[in-house]
Ligand binder design. Sequence first.
Ligand code: C2E
Ligand code: CA
Ligand code: CA
Ligand code: CA
Length: 279
Amino acid sequence: AKEGGGKGYHFYSPEMNLKAHARMEMETNLRHALEREEFFLEFQPIVNARDGRLVGAEALLRWSDPEKGLIMPDMFIQVAEESGFIVPLGEWVLRTACRKMKDWREAGLPPFRISVNVSGRQFCQANFTDTVCSIIRETGMDPSFLALEMTETSLMVDVEATAKALMQLKELDISIVIDDFGAGYSSLGYLQKFPIDRIKIDRSFIRDLSSHANDKAIVEAIIAMAARLKLQVVAEGVETSEQLDFLKEQGCHEIQGFYFHRPLSEELFKTLLWEIKDH
Ligand code: C2E
Ligand code: CA
Ligand code: CA
Ligand code: CA
């Protein structure tokens, strides 16, 4: 590696080389992992705030590496996004979630909404809605049970294209959720412009609800605004009964968080669904 000049900076240091190298290695590993079927999904239930009944579940990606063991998405989603690999990977997630949903419904399990995360890079693909459309056709899943979670930032990349794509998804009867609401983009105008069904309040606001008066005010304001705009509100990251009580009091519709359920393996999730059915 090249040594820097007298000013104390380096054009590239051994450290940066390592990072770039590690990144490239990760990209290769991700590609292999998809071929070798090392990815799988967990399902975290989303419940009705009033009675705790299951209304949905979020599909969450996991990577089981034969050597390194379980790898969580925070470790690889960003690299996948930057390299573009998130496009085939995200497609795999969507297809897998739709297939499972179809199987569960056919097995007689009760209906619920399945939420799938869509990254900005994926959503920006010109053929994104076509891909969704063909996955729905191919799997035979009822699209009215499908929700796509997108962040504010990814919707704002190209407002015109977003509006068009979201309209097409609505026509398919798919619902749209704004993920990590409040954490990203600072304008709210788009809430009226786009056909959005639901906003999911970012976990960071929920986490500090009891200690930060400001977070209480923000959550209260988000829920009130959503009510005026006739949007459903989900709170994620709910871990305590205090958080739950506050959210219920404010009129939050749905809850996702460890207080009710952690992300579950497919087996455990199916057991939960059978229990619900048998009650
Ligand atoms: P996210 O979309 O905000 O997903 C929710 C994350 O919050 C999940 O982490 C979930 O396990 C965690 N969580 C839920 N309830 C609680 C709680 O009560 N307390 C705490 N501390 N955490 C809670 P996970 O599974 O590690 O996923 C992290 C992020 O990775 C996701 O954040 C999402 O941005 C991304 N991700 C996961 N799966 C996919 C995928 O299939 N596609 C894409 N593009 N991104 C994904
Ligand atoms: Ca999400
Ligand atoms: Ca989220
Ligand atoms: Ca998040």
